[in-house]
Write a protein that binds this ligand. Sequence first.
Ligand code: IMP
Ligand code: MG
Length: 177
Amino acid sequence: MSSHMEVLISREQIAEAVARLGQEITRDFAGESVILLGVLKGACLFLSDLARQIELDATFDFIAVRSYGTRKESAGEVQLIKDVTTPLEDKNVILVEDILDTGLTFTFLRKLLLARKPRMLKLAALLDKPSRRELPVEADYVGFKIPDRFVVGYGLDYAERFRNLPDICVLTENAGK
Ligand code: IMP
Ligand code: MG
């Protein structure tokens, strides 16, 4: 399996970017509380590392959507699988995503979450593939802009596999077979 994986972003580079994003968020929300709202399952490793780099009063919540199924291409629609359990009204909500790709997921979640009347809604995305965007959305905090390659590791999956790889890797054609 490892011979079909090529490291695109190393664990050291990830740690550096996560520390930088944590500092940005700490500075931007100084003196305030934040809800870190992770999008399951892909954002769970990013959220747990990012949270430890944020020096603010913070709570966690999670939301789950389905957009990709087991294929590499987007299904073109987003479905809510699990909602948050905390009220978001008048709260600073930082949505934590593994990757901003077509923008369909964020567009769907933004509408859903803004209807709950948060004080502030920001998006932190570890990865951003700007060339794939179908809807005009941007993240407020971005770890890395990457080219149009399918990546796995550090939370990102292909058919639910490879989320536990510590580096972000490009999945080549034969991987997983
Ligand atoms: P969007 O709705 O197209 O922006 O896609 C967001 C979701 O697609 C992410 O949260 C991922 O679950 C998935 N995704 C997009 N690109 C990749 C990739 O390269 N590897 C693994 N998952 C991806
Ligand atoms: Mg996913």
